[in-house]
Design a protein around this ligand. Structure first.
Ligand SMILES: Nc1nc2c(ncn2[C@@H]2O[C@H](COP(=O)(O)OP(=O)(O)OP(=O)(O)O)[C@@H](O)[C@H]2O)c(=O)[nH]1
Length: 384
């Protein structure tokens, strides 16, 4: 895939991607001013990407949110600015990502780290598993303990990264060792309440998308409502155009199904971008008409349909269930309506400044109650 095509693709999908927006290390004051003045600063959760130099932070951001192919990250230059990405990935998932250069002295007294941590939803600390990680563990401890003291609500996520270069045994041993040492350091500092979540990640497979999905899901207050909706509807995955799954039904997500769903999104969006876009810049590669059905050779069917501007529902159905397509379409229609209702409630609550609490879907209106009865009357529920 050419770089021009990728840029065109990213540009056509995401309106608010100020790609080259960044602050030089020398421009910390400017960044701070922006933090204070930005109207969206309070409403959108912030995700910080931190870690030592060359640990893979920028690569993660580029691969997940800019559709860069993993091989191209070999040519990424070292970041010497803090990059801020405004991700408007779905009605539910809007956040800022701050990619910190490895060499920034984050605890420079002229730099107000309290302000940064106060508005942060998740702090992702990236550790290069192919390198000696002793220094990284020291830095991790320093960073999370400072952040926790300022804002104990932050979700602390540790990406044990670049595990593609490790054997399966080595991966497990590395995770165990990092887990043990990081938690020992916290116990020594009497910070047992600080919880770290660990993920094995690589940009060369879907593990980075899966890990990011889990990080993002923790920031979605409507998640239990979405899960309920999916449970009563069908076995499926609800993903956005970045292949981050927002919610699934309650059966555990197996990697193979998730990878299939991701590939389906790639096919639909890539083909639409290459062959579907008209010359006028107003047309979108992904819109209300976006729909794809692929029959697999194991008697299952992949079914993708647009839900909102950035969200799609991808279902894996048994072939015989798919014969009742009218019922599936009707259920989908109800599901889509329910999602829009949840979104409307959430945006109006956000406007009034109140917190959004999840509730059982049947309490959210007639559309949802109808969905429940329809679903129970004949929707296939099994996953591959
Ligand atoms: N094998 C492997 N290499 C990776 C992975 N992720 C990133 N890399 C490589 O790691 C190198 C450094 O990646 P960057 O994304 O520039 O690292 P960074 O943390 O942003 O570095 P600074 O900007 O210096 O802070 C690049 O050559 C990437 O190709 C991965 O999952 N596996």
């Amino acid at each position: 895939m050419s770089i021009e095509y990728e840029e065109q693709l990213a540009g056509s999908l995401v309106d608010s991607f100020p790609k080259d927006f960044g602050y030089g290390v020398e421009n910390m004051d400017m960044m701070q001013e922006d933090l204070e003045n930005s109207p969206s600063a309070d409403s959108k959760p912030r995700i910080l990407l931190m870690g030592l130099r060359r640990s893979g932070k920028s690569s993660i951001q580029k691969v997940v949110f800019h559709k860069m192919s993993p091989n191209e990250t070999l040519f990424l230059e070292s970041t010497n600015k803090i990059y801020k990405d405004d991700i408007s990935g779905s009605s539910f998932v809007n956040f800022h990502i701050w990619d910190f250069p490895g060499q920034v002295d984050f605890f420079d007294p002229t730099f107000d780290y309290e302000m940064i941590f106060r508005g942060t939803g998740a702090l992702i600390f990236v550790i290069d598993a192919q390198d000696d990680y002793v220094e990284a563990l020291g830095r991790l401890h320093l960073t999370v303990s400072r952040a926790f003291r300022v804002n104990p609500e932050i979700n602390f996520e540790v990406f044990i990264h670049k595990v593609d270069g490790l054997s399966d045994d080595h991966k497990i041993e590395t995770q165990r060792d990092i887990h043990q040492r990081a938690n020992d350091d916290l116990a020594d500092a009497s910070l047992e309440k600080l919880h770290l979540s660990f993920y094995l990640t690589s940009i060369y497979d879907h593990s980075i998308f899966e890990a990011f999905s889990k990080v993002v899901q923790k920031l979605i207050p409507q998640l239990p409502t979405l899960e309920n909706l999916l449970n009563i509807f069908i076995s499926c995955i609800f993903v956005n155009i970045f292949k981050i799954y927002i919610a699934t039904d309650s059966s555990p997500v197996d990697m193979q199904s998730y990878e299939l769903c991701c590939d389906m999104i790639d096919v639909v969006i890539d083909v639409s971008c290459i062959y579907g876009l008209k010359d006028d810049s107003n047309s979108n590669a992904y819109d209300k008409e976006s729909l794809a059905i692929i029959k697999l050779n194991n008697t299952t069917v992949l079914y993708l349909k647009e839900v909102t501007k950035f969200l799609a529902l991808v279902c894996i159905l048994r072939e015989e269930s798919f014969e009742r397509k009218g019922l599936i379409d009707y259920n989908f229609h109800c599901f889509r309506k329910a999602i829009h209702e949840v979104f409307e409630v959430s945006s109006s609550t956000q406007r009034t400044g109140a917190a959004v609490h999840s509730s059982h879907p049947s309490s959210s209106g007639n559309g949802l109650a109808r969905l429940k009865s329809t679903a129970l009357n004949g929707t296939p529920r099994s996953l591959v």
